[in-house]
Design a protein around this ligand. Structure first.
Ligand SMILES: NC(=O)C1=CN([C@@H]2O[C@H](COP(=O)(O)OP(=O)(O)OC[C@H]3O[C@@H](n4cnc5c(N)ncnc54)[C@H](O)[C@@H]3O)[C@@H](O)[C@H]2O)[C@@H](O)CC1
Ligand SMILES: [K+]
Length: 220
């Protein structure tokens, strides 16, 4: 089983995008659709998409856009500074704004109360807060949101990694999302595979990263 640590995954991503000129927006879209392929859309009608402003969030917004396109109810909650958002986040954010009014920034304690109340409206939570970009302990509003998601007994899918969980399985960054399903992009992240608790609820999906990019940084 091929495994990667966080740093190697980032090198593969960056090589594919910057050297092979694979459009990152295509990878984000494939990631979003791979999550969608793992949702039973007959029983799941209402979604809370919780994102921060990096590309894990871009995956989440691309998923929201695709769910809204088929008429699903999506409530989008954004934590973090949109002014520092990634390009792929902004592109998907601008599209989602034209498809729903239910987009909320979560910054204050009042916003947290609003989120606590509104999560009860959905039967599925999508965790697009952090992926391989997580590089320090979670704190403040990020930790509060992760704890809130875990308080709710709502079916939760994490994009790529449970937010707050270190891809290498080495650092304890504090709270992490205790998701029901983890849809991991392209290659099993080491930290997920090495712990049965995570491995048994992870599916790994091809998002179109070329073999030559993967082989360049791993011993296949
Ligand atoms: N272009 C790419 O590199 C692709 C990335 N993809 C998705 O994007 C993810 C990686 O995206 P990013 O590198 O933008 O990072 P993330 O979206 O994982 O994290 C967002 C940002 O949060 C900040 N951060 C890290 N730890 C934090 C903490 N404890 N508290 C507050 N902020 C913190 C970092 O500045 C990081 O850039 C992958 O896990 C995957 O889901 C995939 O769509 C494939 C393509
Ligand atoms: K995540």
């Amino acid at each position: 089983m091929l495994l990667v640590d966080r740093e190697t995954m980032q090198k593969i991503d960056n090589f594919a995008i910057n050297e092979l000129k694979i459009p990152s927006l295509c990878l984000v879209e494939r990631a979003a659709l791979s999550v969608m392929d793992n949702i039973n859309l007959d029983i799941r009608q209402t979604f809370a998409i919780v994102v921060s402003c990096g590309n894990n969030g871009a995956d989440g917004l691309a998923l929201a856009r695709n769910l809204l396109a088929i008429g699903k109810n999506c409530y989008i909650y954004i934590v973090g500074n949109k002014n520092k958002a990634s390009r792929d986040f902004i592109i998907n954010y601008n599209a989602c704004k034209n498809l729903t009014k239910e987009i909320y920034s979560i910054e204050t304690i009042e916003d947290m109360d609003f989120l606590r109340e509104n999560l009860d409206k959905v039967n599925t939570i999508i965790d697009g807060i952090f992926g391989t970009g997580l590089n320090r302990p979670v704190s403040g509003i990020y930790a509060n949101i992760i704890d809130l998601i875990n308080e709710k007994n709502i079916y939760t899918i994490s994009i790529d990694l449970p937010s707050g969980f270190d891809a290498n399985g080495q650092n304890n960054y504090g709270s992490y999302v205790d998701s029901d399903l983890i849809v991991c992009m392209q290659i099993f992240k080491k930290g997920l595979y090495e712990d049965r608790y995570f491995r048994d609820k992870t599916v790994v999906c091809d998002i179109g990263l070329p073999k030559i990019a993967i082989e360049k940084f791993t011993e296949i």
